[in-house]
Design a protein around this ligand. Structure first.
Ligand code: PLP
Length: 419
């Protein structure tokens, strides 16, 4: 359920008609709904209500906007961060340091230090080498960092290969068959406290079975670790739950996910940690765009919109589908290719798409753009960075300014010896 609905024939975000946002802020612009974010956060939390005191850390990489993080912080969410920049954002949004988990395969010395100094709740260590490095930095401070060891369970998440992270050949985590020895060695290090195991097998999962298989392996590992005398008080089950990108698409619900987790983790006697991203933010945002012109094609026309692959990369990057709808649909339909203005054929949002009939000047939206949308934007083709707006009932606010190309250019220099 989301709060982007037609009212009197005009698509609204909650109670705000999208044409008024286009008029205020221009296009393209991401529009997020606070009520939808809160609803998703509540549904996910409720789905885990059968578990004892779960900790939910929103995956900041899916939507790092400060206002979005603030909404989730107020819902009691912590943050899963994967860089120093994301850590800074989570803290600035008011997330408590102890509610922050730091994931990522390439945390630098500076980032480990930043996490230690901030006093974050948990480091998800992705290699034995990282564990020793963190321990050394932490010891020097007289600190003890709480850590989970990320394991690679060698499970095929059956999602797009670029967002699959739990196969043995992927760069993430330590191989399951070496995890016990690595955990035990790291547990002997002063400066870190090994307290658990972490797993995350990929994103946009349409099937619970790979998750269940991975969690089952984590459960076996926890038992083996305990049998070997290691302490395990936490298990971080990552994120990955998929969302429907097409109207009518069926995916496992948070409730089904929660029930599966409760069943599989029964008797683990740990505090469970979750890192949902897409399932919270995905359907809480749309990318609002204006049709530049409709160009005659060989078979079908090209609807050229003012949004492009630099604003929303998922179609170009993963061949992803986003529903595309007119903001003021009439009764007519058309079949068209939906493209942006960028000089690459990859700048195609949809081919042979049956959609509302559109003409130059009309507004339209790409749905399900609240996760992995604005955050993946670039300034390719010297286009600026897209603006972001948050709606709350009948009010809206710009929560990220559009950054014009000229401002980006201000950071560039021509050396004197070229003048
Ligand atoms: C990307 C990521 C997530 C979030 O994944 P979603 O599919 O958006 O839920 C969680 N944990 C880690 C370690 C990640 O890399």
């Amino acid at each position: 359920m989301d709060h982007f609905q037609l009212k009197n024939g005009i698509l609204h975000a909650e109670d705000v008609p999208l044409p008024s946002i286009a008029q205020d802020v221009g296009t393209p612009v991401y529009v997020y709904s606070r009520a939808t974010l809160e609803r998703h956060a509540k549904v996910f939390r409720d789905a885990l209500s059968g578990l004892k005191d779960p900790h939910i850390a929103f995956a900041v990489k899916s939507n790092p906007n400060l206002a979005v993080l603030k909404v989730l912080a107020r819902m009691g969410y912590g943050a899963d961060v994967v860089s120093g920049g994301e850590l800074t954002r989570a803290l600035r949004a008011g997330m408590k340091p102890e509610d922050i988990v730091f994931s990522g395969v390439g945390k630098t010395h500076a980032e480990l230090l930043q996490g230690l100094e901030a006093g974050i709740g948990q480091f998800n260590i992705e290699s034995e080498e990282e564990g020793y490095e963190l321990a050394a930095i932490s010891r020097r401070q007289g600190n003890t960092a709480a850590c989970a060891l990320r394991v690679n369970p060698d499970v095929d998440a059956r999602t797009h290969e670029k967002i699959s992270t739990g196969k043995r050949e992927n760069k993430f985590g330590v191989p399951l068959d070496q995890a016990k020895e690595i955990y035990a060695r790291l547990a002997g290090e002063v400066g870190i406290e090994m307290r658990g195991v972490a797993v995350h097998i990929g994103s946009q999962l349409g099937d619970l079975e790979p998750l269940e298989t991975a969690f089952g392996k984590v459960g076996e590992l926890i038992a083996e670790l305990r049998a070997a005398g290691c302490k395990v008080t936490h298990a971080d089950l990552g994120g990955g739950l998929g969302v429907p990108y097409k109207a009518g698409e069926r995916l496992p619900s948070p409730a089904q996910y929660g029930a599966m987790v409760a069943r599989v983790t029964k008797g683990w006697d740990v505090r469970l940690v979750f890192e949902p991203g897409r399932v919270i933010a995905g359907n809480a945002g749309v990318l609002l765009t204006r049709v530049v012109r409709v160009k005659r094609g060989i078979t079908h026309p090209f609807v050229v919109v003012d949004a492009a692959m630099n604003d929303l990369a998922r179609p170009a990057m993963y061949g992803a589908w986003h529903d595309f709808e007119a903001v003021e649909p009439g009764s007519q339909r058309m079949t068209a290719h939906i493209v942006g203005p960028i000089c690459e054929t990859g700048d195609t949002f949809a081919t042979d798409r049956n959609c509302d009939a559109l003409k130059a000047g009309d507004l339209a939206v790409f749905r399900t753009a609240g996760a992995y949308g604005a955050t993946m934007a670039s300034s390719y083709n010297s286009r600026g960075f897209v603006a972001e707006v948050l709606v709350d009932g009948d009010r809206h606010a710009v929560v990220a300014d559009r950054i014009p190309a000229a401002e980006i250019m201000d950071a560039e220099r021509v050396p004197e010896w070229l003048a």
